[in-house]
Design a protein around this ligand. Structure first.
Ligand code: SF4
Ligand code: SF4
Length: 327
């Protein structure tokens, strides 16, 4: 009997999600025993044309990681959607935009100008930019176009399931593949991680203050962090209460606060807004200038509260910048 076929693809991401698949270690042999990996350009030499030639829905699933930023990523997302019974957004960037979506704070032209002309390490007197088409000796080569807006996968194609995390842990990856192969999938649209706040699985939860009044916020490099005490009791921002569990509270276990990579629970519409409103409601100061002083401890509010979720937030990008269908 032929084995089910799966695809793994990488769009706008750092490669950590591909590493997470490799981190299955010897368990990947168990996966390969049960499925045929038909497309995984990062690790195996398959060609796009091979997948294009396959009948529609012939892959049982594609695990696609990364946000969608370029015309090529958009095209691949549509093609893999057609070829797959289940499209699975794998990792924070595919689920909610991830770190790449922080670029939604800036116009595309400003990003290109900085990268190719103004950054301290760039020497480009002619102000040359990559060209989308270049012809020489009778041949033409093309480059993908950078879209205006970074989008999550489900802002481009229909998504069946979400596996969160930056990157997802081997445990939830293995559980998801197992459920897929055994036909135990939950309702369409489910996030394949427990729908409970991270604090519940954090070893510091007993020291989490119930009535906190922040007089200052400290960043992790500005303080000697107690390895047992809840970060909130130390005046350090931790996104645990606004974040879905499933990672085993890895960061607090390593004496670092949660930055929110698993996204919010199902009840939370906007993870950043939930965290922001909770922190701001608990600032001790009452006068505007004292409040401003306290907030100086959070120099990058977007990077703090929307580090992984700006594309899927209610804001999506900086006010006033065009959405223009992502183009
Ligand atoms: S706020 Fe952070 S440190 Fe405190 S209990 Fe929640 S996850 Fe743990
Ligand atoms: S503790 Fe938070 S930031 Fe760290 S892996 Fe878990 S969800 Fe992600």
């Amino acid at each position: 009997m032929p084995k089910p076929k799966i695809g793994i693809y990488w769009c706008a991401s750092c490669g950590g999600c591909e590493e997470a698949v490799v981190d299955l270690a010897e368990d990947i042999l168990g996966v390969v025993e049960k499925v045929d990996i038909m497309f995984w350009p990062c690790a195996m030499d398959f060609k796009k044309a091979d997948v294009e030639a396959m009948p529609d829905k012939s892959l049982v699933a594609t695990l696609l990681n990364g946000a969608i930023r370029s015309s090529e990523q958009e095209e691949m997302a549509h093609m893999l959607r057609r070829k797959s019974k289940y499209m699975i957004a794998y990792g924070s960037c595919a689920c909610t935009g991830g770190i790449p979506a922080l670029a939604n704070q800036f116009p595309r032209e400003q990003i290109l100008r900085y990268v190719y002309e103004e950054s301290p390490t760039t020497v480009n007197e002619a102000k040359t930019r990559p060209q989308l088409k270049f012809a020489e000796a009778g041949r033409e080569v093309t480059l993908p176009e950078l879209r205006n807006v970074v989008r999550s996968l489900d802002q481009v194609v229909d998504v069946d399931y979400y596996i969160p995390g930056c990157p997802p842990t081997p445990k939830i990856t293995k559980a998801a593949i197992g459920a897929l192969l055994e036909g135990r999938m939950p309702p369409k649209g489910s996030v394949l991680s427990p729908d409970v706040a991270l604090c519940e699985e954090c070893s510091r939860r007993d020291s989490k203050p119930t009535n906190v009044a922040f007089t200052e916020f400290k960043r992790t490099h500005q303080k000697h962090l107690d390895p047992q005490l809840c970060f909130l009791a130390q005046g350090v921002i931790c996104m645990g209460a606004a974040t879905r569990q499933g990672c085993g509270a890895q960061c607090p276990s390593g004496n670092m606060p949660c930055t929110g990579c698993f996204g919010g629970t199902d009840r939370v519409k906007d993870q950043g807004a939930k965290a922001l409103s909770s922190f701001c409601a608990n600032i001790a100061a009452k006068e505007a200038d004292e409040i401003d002083q306290t907030l100086k401890g959070i120099p990058d509010p977007v990077g703090t509260f929307y580090r992984y979720g700006l594309a899927k937030s209610l804001l999506r990008r900086k006010a006033g910048l065009p959405m223009s269908n992502g183009k």
